[in-house]
Design a protein. Structure first.
Length: 94
């Protein structure tokens, strides 16, 4: 967890991190993907998944901070989660 907390240090700005998983559910690597503003990011799905593919990861977690301190998911959080799920479902059916 210290690695993830360190990756999310952002001076009050929103950060997106891809946590790449390996076969035995271990953490392969953490890759900082994007730093946004204090209120959000505009990250694309491809930007989140690219580090996972390049690391030959077999799983991933998209991780971000909430600089405001409010843990409730924003509209953007929900949109990005829906897009990630759709991308994963699409990949599983290829």
């Amino acid at each position: 967890m210290a690695g993830i907390a360190g990756a999310l240090q952002s001076d009050g700005r929103r950060c997106e991190v891809a946590a790449c998983g390996e076969r035995r559910n271990g953490l392969l690597e953490l890759r900082h993907v994007y730093t946004g503003t204090a209120t959000g990011t505009s990250v694309r799905i491809g930007e989140l998944l690219r580090p996972v593919l390049l690391a030959h990861g077999v799983g991933f977690a998209a991780v971000h901070n909430h600089p405001s301190g409010d843990p409730e998911p924003s509209d953007e959080d929900l949109r990005l989660t829906s897009e990630l799920l759709a991308a994963e479902i699409g990949r599983a059916h290829v």
